[in-house]
Write a protein that binds this ligand. Structure first.
Ligand code: UDP
Length: 334
């Protein structure tokens, strides 16, 4: 049984919701985050917070030992496809090299479970939709390459050393809770950008690519509520692994939505017009990414409960209206 969990990147958008759910279940939670993209105010006060990078071996080793950590949820990484195309070295250094320091420390500290925040970006341009976990891995951007590379390192090295490994390949995380929401600078993600237009903070949302081989020509993604993603991590801490073998699991709904469909639902829910501008495709973007969800049901006993596009957009809309400046306007501090 896991009692004391380290969440790296726990000050980030998804990590902060995971921290809340772990605390609700009575676990002791430790957050390691260098605040390069996260927010101190996104971390629940009941969690212990350490500011630092996962590549700092001394710090990580001391934390794992002194706090008697028994499981790690590793979220700390850079996660923007366009930025990874512009600065691939930055992604390798943080997402692979620094993460490896954490992995080695985890093995030395005899941690029992390592849950890794991976991505559907490992699949690249999939030939078949929905995408099963056994589909070929051929990332089309440096971000996806770093996720594939660290997953492989983890799967090769962890179990041989007694570490139980679960990699969760998220599709498109979206939505909010009352207290935690998406606040990136710069914001590149579709849903917060749409809502910024609805709030009058931006004049129009860009539609990147209208000539994809999809029903309406815009790119298709599988949007999944951050609350459902967090729930999968909590489950992944306890699932029993077949002879200790590493496992990779998609987290998605199994249904895709086009950029235009997301804009339409947002218009309906917010009652705001939401102007759009059609632009060229964004480099590194595959046309369609939709998860096959069977393995998540079998391995984690998990299915989405909050991931209708309506619930995702409604929750995000509430959060952005309550926090128009994001965490800079003062977080909840709870
Ligand atoms: N997208 C868009 N306008 C935006 C942001 C994103 O048209 O302002 C498109 C993007 O090209 C992709 C989809 O929306 O096809 C989802 O992009 P996002 O950055 O949210 O997530 P990603 O799939 O890159 O992780």
């Amino acid at each position: 049984m896991t009692r004391r969990v380290l969440v790296t990147g726990g000050a980030g958008y998804i990590g902060s919701v995971i921290v809340d759910q772990l605390l609700e279940r009575g676990l002791s939670v430790f957050v390691l985050d260098d605040l390069s993209t996260g927010h101190r105010d996104a971390v629940a006060r009941r969690a212990s917070f350490v500011q630092g990078n996962v590549g700092n071996g001394e710090l990580v080793e001391a934390l794992l030992g002194q706090e008697r950590i028994d499981a790690i949820i590793h979220m700390a990484a850079f996660a923007l496809v366009p930025e990874s195309v512009a600065q691939p070295g930055k992604y390798v250094t943080n997402n692979v090299t620094a993460a490896r320091v954490l992995l080695e420390a985890a093995v030395r500290a005899k941690i029992r479970r390592f849950v890794f925040s991976s991505s559907c970006a490992v699949y690249g341009h999939p030939a078949v939709i929905p995408i099963t976990e056994d589909s070929p891995q051929a990332p089309v951007n440096p971000y996806g390459e770093t996720k594939r590379d660290f997953e492989k390192l983890l799967a090769d090295y962890g179990p041989r050393n007694g570490l139980g490994v679960v990699s969760l390949r998220y599709f498109n995380a979206a939505g909010a809770t009352e207290q935690r929401g998406e606040d990136h600078d710069p914001e590149t993600h579709l849903i917060p950008n749409i809502l910024a237009v609805a709030l009058g903070k931006q004049p129009a949302v860009s539609i990147f690519g209208t000539d994809y081989p999809t029903a309406d020509g815009t790119a298709v993604r599988d949007y999944i509520h951050v609350v459902d993603i967090a729930d999968a991590h909590v489950r992944a801490l306890e699932v029993s692994l077949d002879s200790g073998a590493p496992v990779a699991v998609n987290l998605g709904t199994g249904a895709g939505q086009s950029v235009r469909q997301v804009v339409e639902v947002a218009r309906r829910l917010t009652g705001r017009p939401i102007a759009t501008v059609e632009r060229a495709r964004r480099p590194g973007d595959p046309p369609a990414l939709v998860a096959a969800v069977q393995r998540a049901a079998t391995v984690l006993g998990w299915r989405t409960k909050h991931s209708s596009l309506e619930e995702i957009l409604e929750s995000a809309w509430q959060w952005h209206r309550a926090h128009p400046q994001g965490y800079r306007g003062g977080g909840e501090g709870t």
